[in-house]
Design a protein around this ligand. Structure first.
Ligand code: NAD
Length: 485
């Protein structure tokens, strides 16, 4: 039986609150589409304001007991959850393909990546270190301890429906927080599957509540407006992030924000071009370009831009496009109709401003929300396409003549999530890495995500970090105790 059938048969397409599966109190449901056919796979319950209050009640009622569990016990739950995800990697990957559309090989990669957050935070749970020192005046001891911040709201996007959830659930569990997970409406099934799996791993009822809802703008303010909720951890667009920061300000709720990006991919004239193409294909095409750290602007030195574009165009044309479950497919459909329309619009904008299409430039397959791998050339720095977060399989190529010009172009955006630099001269690459205003930089590599690394952005790409030790600190408060003994 597929995992989707298991979810349907066990009632796990409902809301998961306090360890129970229940329908929304007004019976609302969300249709979940298969992006490769545009047809409904199933539907799940859609929480309303009353359900949101119920979820906060459930999380708040077990917060004290959960905070009092031993770090070792929380680490064991995370380890069991890691093992369960690995045992079930095939069925989880299948579910991700069904609701999100990515190629099966990528979905398998996502399951492994998602599970690694549990393994990493199983280790961090037992390393919640504080500090003790003697005050400079010698009059007291300064003791700093870290305590769970409390009930947390986790809001996740659709692009990595498992990994974006475990990247938050893992540290929240390690820290001793209870939580309400509100997944994206396009991909609620992976989150519900995680709810079920965490219960099997021994997570007590009420610690993780899963509240799909297509009424976020009503439901989320109810949760953030409740004094018992102390943290919101959001991954999604900068636009929604701004709204949530304003909402969180009303009750001074701590906010962790992983927002949009507009990653520059800088190729210097001394770069290994073949290696840069391999990196470009990962940085641009991982998840079909639907990644916040996806290369969004290729900035290539004028001496090598011809060769780079020729090789990139060939690599993009060679990709096999089709339904994610089909053998050999490398690029699945986009998430929904809006995403497909956005691609057509991005190409129109670029071409309208003088760019040429070297590959793709059309939707291609139908039914399903496909868009062909696309390369745009002659994209001048003033082309408005460079200001868009493309979020799909379109690669605009712009040339530069000096490193200072590349740095200025890279920084000419409100975003600051990830950037990439290719050069054989490590000193030059380090100089550029320091000069570009980004939270993360990949030097001579197109893949940088790692649960052990601090992931996050500067400028309007976010606040705070996920992964690494920093990711757990987001769910902890520091308490200072002044002591004489
Ligand atoms: P989105 O902002 O539309 O939605 C993200 C989540 O917020 C979803 O769960 C959605 O239901 C919810 N939401 C939407 N409107 C809301 C509102 N008014 N109040 C409360 N919640 C609301 O983003 P998306 O389309 O799901 O994801 C794509 C975006 O996410 C891109 O901009 C991408 O760069 C970003 N992203 C960032 C990271 C990162 O780590 N920085 C990772 C993945 C995706």
């Amino acid at each position: 039986m597929t995992l989707l059938d298991q979810l349907k048969n066990s009632g796990a397409t409902q809301l998961y609150i306090g360890g129970d599966w229940r329908e929304s109190s007004d019976g609302g449901r969300i249709d979940v589409l298969d992006p490769s056919t545009a047809e409904a796979l199933t539907s799940v319950a859609s929480g309303n304001e009353d359900d949101a209050r119920g979820a906060v009640d459930a999380a708040a009622s077990v917060q004290p007991q959960w905070a009092a569990t031993s770090p070792g016990e929380r680490a064991e739950i995370l380890t069991r959850a890691f093992n369960l995800m690995i045992e079930r990697k095939d069925e989880l990957a299948h579910l991700v393909v069904q609701e999100m559309g990515k190629a099966l090989s990528e979905a398998a990669g996502e399951v492994a990546y998602a599970a690694e957050f549990y393994r990493w935070y199983a280790g961090e749970a037992v390393r919640n270190l504080g500090s003790i020192s003697t005050a400079p005046g010698g009059d007291k001891k300064i003791i700093a301890i870290h305590q769970p911040i409390g009930v947390s709201l986790l809001i996740t996007p659709w692009n990595f429906p498992l990994a974006m959830a475990t990247r938050k659930i893992g540290p929240a569990i390690a820290a001793g927080c209870t939580m309400i997970l509100k997944p994206a409406s396009d991909t609620p099934l992976s989150a519900l599957a995680l709810g079920r799996l965490m219960s099997e791993a021994g997570l007590p009822d009420g610690v993780l509540n899963v509240l799909p809802s297509n009424r976020s703008s009503k439901v989320v303010p109810v949760i953030l407006g409740d004094d018992r909720v102390r943290m919101v951890s959001f991954t999604g667009s900068t636009e929604v992030g701004r709204t949530l920061l304003a909402e969180a300000a009303k009750t001074v709720v701590k906010a962790g924000m992983e927002l949009g990006g507009n990653a520059p991919f800088i190729v210097c004239d001394d770069a290994d071009i073949e290696a840069s193409i391999q990196g470009a294909m990962i940085a641009k095409m991982r998840n079909g370009g639907q990644s916040c750290i996806a290369a969004n602007r290729f900035l290539v030195h004028e001496a090598v831009v011809g060769e780079f574009t020729r090789q990139l165009t060939a690599a993009m044309r060679a990709l096999k496009v089709g339904p994610g479950m089909e053998p050999g497919v490398e690029l699945g459909p986009l998430i929904n109709q809006r995403a497909q329309d956005d691609m057509s619009e991005s190409v129109e904008v670029a071409v309208g401003a003088g760019s040429a299409v070297a590959a793709g430039g059309e939707t291609g397959r139908s039914p399903g929300f496909y868009y062909q791998p696309t390369v745009l050339t002659d994209v001048t720095p003033d082309n408005p396409v460079l200001g868009r977060e493309i979020f799909g399989p379109i690669a605009p190529v712009t040339s530069f003549s000096t490193d200072d010009e590349a740095i200025a172009l890279a920084n000419d955006t409100m975003y600051g999530l990830a950037g990439y630099v290719y050069s054989r001269d490590l000193g030059r690459a380090m100089h550029i890495s320091e000069a570009i205003e980004y939270g993360m930089v990949g030097i001579n590599r197109g893949l940088m995500s790692d649960p052990a690394a601090p992931f996050g952005g500067v400028k309007q790409s976010g606040v705070g970090r996920e992964g690494a030790h920093e990711g757990m600190l987001e769910f902890l408060e520091t308490k200072y105790i002044a002591a004489d003994w």
